[in-house]
Design a protein around this ligand. Structure first.
Ligand code: BGC
Length: 386
C-alpha cells in the first residue's frame, strides 16, 4: 500500500529527519513539501555564448531541476520510506557533459522518439530522408533533436500547481522532417508531488510527431549501482519485437512465457540474462511494450517501478499506446554522473511513453501523422510514493 505523499513528508519533518541534500553544488531547502515559485539560475553557456538556465521547482515533496537545454531533468528528488531524499534520475553536473556525450539523460525527445528505419518514410507520396544517427537509422529525432535545443522556458504557478512551459519551434526541414512544428511541453509538479508532462504541437505541413521524455530512473538514488533489483510491472500483454537494428518487425508478439512478461511485478534483472533472441538484440530490454489500454483520452495506468531497498515507487499513467522500457544497456562505464561516480550497464532504466517506433513505416501501428489544423496532445503522469 502506498502512503500519501504529504503524510510521509509531514511525518519525516515531525521525526526531525534531516531531509536536505545537495545536487549540482546547491543545497535545497529541507523537505517541507512546500511550494514556491520556480527559481532560475545560470547553468552554463554553449560554445556560441547562448545562456542555459537551470530551473528549480518544488511541490508536494518532489523537487526537480530542469535545464532550458533539451528540457533536461537534471535532478529529481523524492523521499524514501524514512523521509530521506535522493536524486532518482541520472545526469551530469556540467553543461559540457550534456553537450558532449549524453545518452539523452533526462531529455525531451523529438520530433520522433525512438527509431525510424533507414531514417526514411513516405508521407502523402513524398519520401522524406531524415538525419541518420544510429547505424542506418534515425534515433530520437536525428543528430540534433529536441534534446539538443535551447527551449524558451516560462514558469507558472496555478492553483496548487507549479511548473514550467517549454517552447521550441522546429523549422521546416529540420533533421529532414517536413513542416514547421511548434512544440510546447508543460512540466507540472502537483500538490501531491506528481510530475505531469503535457505535450502539444502544431504544424503547417503534414509531418510525423512522437514526443517523449528520457529520464533514467534509479529509485535507490543515482550512483547507487544497478537497478536490476527494482521490481517492474507493465500493463501490456504484447510487445513489438525488433530486428538486429532495433527496428520493429511489425509483429505484436505476446509476452506470455517470455522474458518480456512484466504483467506481474518482477525484478528487472530476473530474466535479463535469458538467451532469448530479442534480449540478445537489445543487450537487455530495449523494446516497446504495447499497452493493453491503447490510446486513451485521459492518462491511464501503464507501469509501476519499485525499489525494495528504499521503498520508493514510481507509477506512470499515460494517454500513449506504447512504452519503451530500456534497461540502460549501453551505459558502459565511460560517463561520470552527478554523484561523482561512474555509470555502468543497468545503473538506470528508462520508461518512455510513446507511439511505437518506426510507425511512419508501419500503417498497422497507431498513426503518428500530424496535419495542419490539428493539435498533437499527449499526457504522461509520474506519481511517486513509498
Ligand atoms: C533507446 C535505446 C537507445 C537509448 C539512447 C532508448 O530510448 O531505445 O536503444 O540506446 O534510448 O540512450
Amino acid at each position: 500500500m502506498e502512503l500519501n505523499r504529504r503524510t510521509v513528508i509531514a511525518g519525516a519533518a515531525a521525526a526531525g529527519v534531516a531531509a536536505a541534500t545537495t545536487v549540482g553544488g546547491t543545497a535545497h531547502a529541507s523537505g517541507s513539501g512546500g511550494r514556491g515559485k520556480p527559481v532560475r539560475t545560470l547553468f552554463g553557456r554553449l560554445a556560441d555564448g547562448t545562456r542555459v538556465h537551470s530551473w528549480s521547482l518544488e511541490n508536494g515533496g518532489t523537487r526537480m531541476r530542469v535545464l532550458s537545454y533539451g528540457g533536461i531533468v537534471q535532478s529529481l528528488e523524492v523521499p524514501d520510506r524514512r523521509g530521506r531524499y535522493a536524486n532518482v534520475s541520472l545526469g551530469f553536473d556540467a553543461l559540457e557533459d550534456y553537450v558532449a556525450s549524453s545518452p539523452y539523460f533526462g531529455a525531451l525527445i523529438g520530433r520522433y522518439g525512438n527509431r525510424i528505419g533507414k531514417g526514411r518514410f513516405t508521407l502523402d507520396g513524398t519520401v522524406h530522408q531524415l538525419s541518420v544517427n544510429d547505424g542506418e537509422n534515425s534515433l530520437h529525432g536525428g543528430a540534433r533533436g529536441f534534446d539538443k535545443r535551447v527551449w524558451d522556458v516560462e514558469p507558472f504557478t496555478r492553483g496548487s500547481d507549479v511548473g514550467l512551459r517549454l517552447h521550441h519551434t522546429s523549422v521546416d526541414g529540420e533533421m529532414g522532417y517536413p513542416g514547421t512544428l511548434r512544440a510546447t511541453v508543460t512540466y507540472t509538479l502537483t500538490r501531491d508531488g506528481d510530475w505531469r508532462i503535457d505535450y502539444e504541437a502544431t504544424t503547417d505541413k503534414a509531418t510525423v510527431v512522437n514526443l517523449t521524455s528520457h529520464v533514467y530512473w534509479n529509485l535507490a538514488g543515482e550512483s547507487s549501482g544497478s537497478v536490476h533489483d527494482h521490481e517492474l510491472s507493465l500493463a501490456a500483454s504484447r510487445y513489438t519485437p525488433v530486428d538486429a537494428g532495433l527496428i520493429p518487425t511489425g509483429e505484436l508478439a505476446r509476452v506470455a512465457g517470455t522474458p518480456f512478461d512484466f504483467r506481474r511485478a518482477k525484478p528487472v534483472g530476473r530474466d535479463i540474462r535469458t538467451p532469448h533472441q530479442q534480449v540478445l538484440y537489445g543487450q537487455g530490454f530495449d523494446h516497446n511494450w504495447v499497452l493493453d489500454k491503447g490510446v486513451t483520452a485521459r492518462p491511464e495506468h501503464a507501469a509501476t517501478l519499485r525499489d525494495p531497498s528504499s521503498g520508493r515507487t514510481l507509477r506512470i499513467a499515460t494517454t500513449e499506446p506504447g512504452l519503451q522500457f530500456y534497461s540502460g544497456n549501453f551505459l558502459d562505464g565511460t560517463l561520470v554522473g552527478t554523484g561523482g561516480r561512474v555509470y555502468r550497464q543497468g545503473d538506470g532504466l528508462c520508461l518512455e511513453t510513446q507511439h511505437f517506433p518506426d510507425s511512419p513505416n508501419r500503417p498497422s501501428f497507431p498513426s503518428t501523422v500530424l496535419r495542419p489544423g490539428r493539435t498533437y496532445r499527449t499526457t504522461t503522469i509520474h506519481s511517486f510514493g513509498v
